[in-house]
Design a protein around this ligand. Sequence first.
Ligand code: BTN
Length: 246
Amino acid sequence: MLLPTRIIYLAETESTNLHLLQSPDLLEINGLVVTAETQTAGRGRRGKKWETGPKGQLYFSLCLHTSGYPCPDHSFTLIAGLALAKAFEEYKTPNLSIKWPNDLLVNSKKLAGILCEGFSGGMVIGIGVNLIGEPVDFGTEVQNKITTLQSATNLIKTPTEVILNFCGHFQKCLQKIKLNGLDSSLKEWEAISSSINSEIYFEDQGTWKEGITKGLGPAGELLVESCGKLTSLFSGETSLTPPPLD
Ligand code: BTN
C-alpha cells in the first residue's frame, strides 16, 4: 500500500477526524486522507478545541487499518509525531522537538498537533499544522503559544505537499515497525524529543506534580521520576512550564 491511497478535499467540515469516524464507507479505505480548508469544530486532545486559523493552514486525517502492527493503539500518536518531525526536518525546521505525546514544537511554540481516535479495526490519525502566516495572524488566545512553518523556515508549503511528505515518512516508519517492532522508532522519537531528561509537570489523578522525564517505556509510555518514584504515563497532560494555578 502506498500512502495516501486517496485524498478527499473538502472546503469545510466540522472536523476531518469526525468526518471519517462518521462515514463507515470511508473507514473501509485503508490509507485514505481527508483534508479540509476549514474546520468549524476542530478537535484537540482531551476535549480541547483546535481552532481554525487564517486561511491556508493544514487540517487532515488519515484512516489506518492497524491489524498486523505489533504495537498498542496509543503508540500511533508517537509514530505519527515521529513521521511529522521527519517531514519538518526536510524543510530544515530549526529547534524542532516533540513534546510527549502529540505536540510538535519549535522553540517551545506549537507548530502542529496530533489527535488519534480509534474505530473498530483502525485509527483515524488527525493532524493540524500551522502552515502559513505569522503567529499574530492567529487568535489572541493562541498567538503567544504557537508558531508556523512559514515563520520557522521562511518556506511556504501547500497542504498537499506537507500531506505527501508526512505520508512518505509515516509509511517508512510503519514498514520498519512491522518488520522490527516498535523499539527503534521509540529511540528515534526520544532523540527528537524535548521530553527526555528534562523537568516536566504532569497531571497525576487530578493533581499537578513536578518530575524529571526518563524516556519512553516499551509501549511508548512516558517514564517520569517524581519524589523518588518512577511513574508511567500512558495518557494525560504534561507541561514544560509550571501549570497555571486555578
Ligand atoms: C492537539 O494538539 O490537541 C491535537 C490537535 C489535532 C487537530 C487536528 S486538525 C485535523 C484533525 N481534525 C480534528 O478535528 N482534529 C485533528
